[in-house]
Structure formats: structure tokens, C-alpha cells
Design a protein around this ligand. Structure first.
Ligand SMILES: Nc1ncnc2c1ncn2[C@@H]1O[C@H](COP(=O)(O)OP(=O)(O)OP(=O)(O)O)[C@@H](O)[C@H]1O
Length: 297
């Protein structure tokens, strides 16, 4: 049975700087969890602590029923932010070597190397030194390195940065596929449309604290639902209607509402002044949500 990742109360200081401040979240088996936050928010620090590259001041990391230890860590497919391949080693040899380090037999290691290099579109480069590859192809190899031993948990620090659209699609497919296989997947990214598309849940971190956590749709529905109304009604027409928080008037009026609003009543109020050309309910996208959360932190 697959296990999930649990991060509880992580705190990490670097001198006077509190990089992580009582940070908690979990990633269930088969879940894709997107970790988003501004530069310096604490994402890489959290991932390094999960991997044991850094020690937390307080807090704990668990996998399934147990605290994470070196045995479990050997089963984590990790893509570090500071990519960690040997530049002067051939792609194929390097991947086989890594798979062997994780306990695969020579023939299994070779089979898995072939599979992942082909899947990630770098099979033609297995005989080249990593340093001779483009950055995007090095990144594909880095992902192959994280996957080559069939990990029980994936921790990927900005896996999409610098990839071309085809590689982004391949990377997305792989993430979805590994999760469907029961693997918990934690990844960080600044590409919020990808996070919104791929993740079951997201955590928005700012100043080392988890500021928002949940399913993207729930977070989007939680605040800032709005109605977009294109009409000839004069400014002020929506003010004071039940459930209307505020309205921004213009060619199209944006009416911010809470969950007590009756959309039909708003529509009738607009229609009372003349024709209504557009009437649509919208949720903020993850980018807007991110800006709000990070600005408020
Ligand atoms: N080894 C270190 N020594 C001192 N400060 C550090 C160290 N590692 C990280 N920090 C600081 O901790 C904070 C969190 O950094 P971290 O790399 O975790 O952020 P991040 O969310 O991954 O950012 P980015 O999106 O830019 O990669 C930053 O202020 C960073 O400068």
C-alpha cells in the first residue's frame, strides 16, 4: 500500500531570518500537491528538509506511519533546484549508476534508464556528457534521475522552469501518471496555470508560513466570487443589493458578492436600467488568488 507525506510544524532559522515558521501540510498517496510562493518564501528549504539535506530547528516529517528516515529517503525521487547531475558523466551511465545506488539490479537499471530517456525524449543523448546537453535537456535527464528507480514519493523543485512546451506536456503527463499510480507528488512552481491544472491541492506559502491550503476550486470559491455584468446601467446600480460586497463600475461592471447573493436579483437590478449584454459568474484564478494571499501576508 502506498503511503503519504506529512509535514508538521517545521521551523527553520538562518541566523536572524526565519525561513520557515511552523509550516504544516500533507500529501496523500496519489495526490498532486502544488507548492507555490514568492521567491524566498521557503519552498526549497522545506523540500531540502524533507530530503534530509537540511535539518529543521523544530517540527517533523513523516511518511506513512513512521518518521522519515534514510531508508525512506532513498525511495524519494528528488529534483533539486540546484540541479545535481555530474556534468562530465554520460547521461546513460549516470542514470544506471543512480538506479544501482537505489538498489536496482544492473539489468533493471538499464531497462529503466532506457524507458525514461525514451519517454522524456533524451534517448538519443544517452552517450553524451550531461554538460553537452542544452539546459532543457539536462532538466529532462534530471527528471529521469528522479524517476529511474520507481520512487515511492516525488519531490520536484520547480520541475517546469526552462522547459519548452513539449517538455512541459511530457512532464505534466508523468506527474499525473505517477500520482495515478498512488505516488504522492509534491512540486513547486511559479507557473500557476500549470499548478491550477495539475494539482489536487495547493499550498500558498509566504514568509515561511502556509497562508492558504486546499483544493484549487475551493480556494477560488472561498473569496472573491464576482459577477461580470455588461450593461448600460449607471454607476451605483448594484450598491446595497443583498450579498453584494462591492462593485467596480466601468464598461463592464464587476460585482463582488458573498455566498448569500441571489444572482437573479442582481440581474434584475441591472435589467431595470436597460439591456444587459453579458452576465457571467467568475471565480478568481490561482494567479489572482496568489497575489491576494501574498500581498496580505
Ligand atoms: N543556506 C542558507 N543560508 C541562509 N539563508 C538561506 C539559506 N537557504 C535559504 N535561505 C533563505 O531562506 C529563505 C527561503 O529560501 P528558499 O530557497 O526556501 O525559498 P523558495 O521559496 O524556494 O524561493 P524561490 O522561489 O526563489 O526558489 C530565503 O530568504 C533564503 O534567502
Amino acid at each position: 500500500m502506498r503511503a503519504g507525506l506529512t509535514v508538521t510544524g517545521l521551523t527553520k532559522r538562518f541566523g536572524d531570518l526565519t525561513a520557515l515558521d511552523d509550516l504544516s501540510f500533507d500529501v496523500a498517496p496519489g495526490e498532486v500537491f502544488g507548492f507555490v510562493g514568492s521567491n524566498g518564501a521557503g519552498k526549497s528549504t522545506t523540500m531540502r528538509i524533507i530530503l534530509g539535506v537540511l535539518a529543521a530547528d523544530t517540527g517533523s516529517v513523516g511518511f506513512g506511519e513512521r518518521d522519515i528516515d534514510s531508508d525512506v529517503r532513498r525511495r524519494i525521487g528528488y529534483m533539486p533546484e540546484e540541479r545535481g547531475l555530474y556534468p562530465k558523466m554520460k547521461v546513460g551511465e549516470q542514470l544506471v549508476y543512480l538506479a544501482r545506488l537505489h538498489g536496482l539490479s544492473p539489468s533493471d537499471a538499464s531497462t529503466r534508464m532506457r524507458y525514461w530517456t525514451e519517454r522524456l525524449g533524451v534517448d538519443a543523448r544517452v552517450g553524451d556528457n550531461v554538460a553537452d546537453l542544452s539546459l532543457g535537456n539536462q532538466q529532462r535527464v534530471q527528471l529521469a534521475a528522479a524517476l529511474v528507480f520507481d520512487p515511492d514519493l516525488l519531490v520536484l523543485d520547480e520541475p517546469f522552469s526552462g522547459l519548452d512546451p513539449v517538455a512541459v506536456d511530457v512532464m505534466s503527463d508523468v506527474i499525473v501518471e505517477k500520482a495515478a499510480d498512488g505516488v504522492p507528488v509534491l512540486f513547486s512552481s511559479h507557473q500557476l496555470e500549470l499548478v491550477q491544472r495539475l494539482c489536487h491541492r495547493v499550498g500558498i506559502i509566504a514568509k515561511g508560513r502556509m497562508q492558504a491550503l486546499g483544493a484549487v476550486d475551493d480556494l477560488r470559491a472561498r473569496d472573491g466570487v464576482r459577477l461580470r455584468v455588461a450593461s448600460t446601467a449607471p454607476a451605483g446600480w448594484a450598491d446595497g443589493l443583498p450579498g453584494v460586497v462591492r462593485a467596480e463600475y466601468g464598461e463592464t461592471t464587476t460585482v463582488y458578492v458573498d455566498d448569500t447573493v441571489d444572482d437573479q436579483q442582481v440581474l434584475r437590478a441591472a435589467l431595470a436600467h436597460g439591456p444587459v449584454h453579458t452576465f457571467a459568474s467568475e471565480k478568481p484564478d490561482l494567479t489572482e488568488l496568489f497575489r491576494e494571499v501574498v500581498t496580505a501576508a
